[in-house]
Design a binder for this molecule. Sequence first.
Ligand SMILES: NC(=O)c1ccc[n+]([C@@H]2O[C@H](COP(=O)([O-])OP(=O)(O)OC[C@H]3O[C@@H](n4cnc5c(N)ncnc54)[C@H](OP(=O)(O)O)[C@@H]3O)[C@@H](O)[C@H]2O)c1
Length: 279
Amino acid sequence: MTEPVTVLGLGPMGHAIADAFVAAGHQTTVWNRSTTRPTPDGAVRADLTSAVAASKIVVVCLLDYDAVRAVLDPIAATLRGRLVVNVTSGSPDAARATAEWAAGHGIDYVDGAIMTPTNTIGTADAVLLLSGKVETDALSALGGTQTYLGTDPGRAAAYDVALLDIFWTSVVGVAHAFALARSEHITPSELAPLARGIATLMPIVIDEHGARLEEGRHGGDYSNLRSAAAGMAHIIHTARARGIDAGVMEAAHALTQGAIDAGHGDDGISRLTVALESA
Ligand SMILES: NC(=O)c1ccc[n+]([C@@H]2O[C@H](COP(=O)([O-])OP(=O)(O)OC[C@H]3O[C@@H](n4cnc5c(N)ncnc54)[C@H](OP(=O)(O)O)[C@@H]3O)[C@@H](O)[C@H]2O)c1
């Protein structure tokens, strides 16, 4: 017997979540601030208070935590005694503050982070991180790998921001690389196969970087910061010469140069993590 669930928020992710609950046989009630977003097939649309009253489990999936608080604050009394699973992305501090707010209103609260796109929800490819007061299987209909990270409600969001740091920094690098390539008359389809090759290096870099940090070992056995700074300088020089913004790489170069100036020029890239921590 599946439990009734309520989903607040029908953006692309909220819609996908509601679809997965319906597909798994849950009686699914949905609410969205604006009425223009379509109702997922098989779900029942309701006003906010009725939607919350319909289920013991309330899944929240909105733009950010300001929106979450704007929506939940006025209905705190109706939420009392229910389980709120908030899968809205945000900072660890915002997650902890929301958990504290929930505890003050007698609401069970679990914070979540969804690490994969909408088309994975309800499939084996979904990846979810959860943390907070209780370990729950309330989202089992969403499928995939669901990892409970313990009682600190900020833990899922902490993983989320660290992982999104890798994602967004990389994606901006991809955007910049295509601009730089096009400025030299290299077409996207010419660059793409080689760009994919660069991306395959990342798992090796991540494992080596992590091992070095764990062991406090930063020697530049394969490549050092002086060499990295020189490589970054070539990119900055070329971008500037072609009128392409070089701000992201300038920031990376300044960080690297700072570590060199502090006497770590012979160290490897893992030294940059230590430099960031002591800045
Ligand atoms: N889409 C993805 O692939 C993906 C992947 C992983 C994680 N996520 C996370 O999932 C969350 C939702 O993402 P999304 O893609 O579904 O859409 P979104 O564009 O991030 O959020 C849209 C939803 O937020 C609501 N909203 C915005 N401001 C509001 C406010 N002040 N009061 C009430 N509701 C408000 C919108 O309502 P209206 O319709 O009324 O504007 C809509 O329901 C985000 O935190 C996102 O980071 C998304």
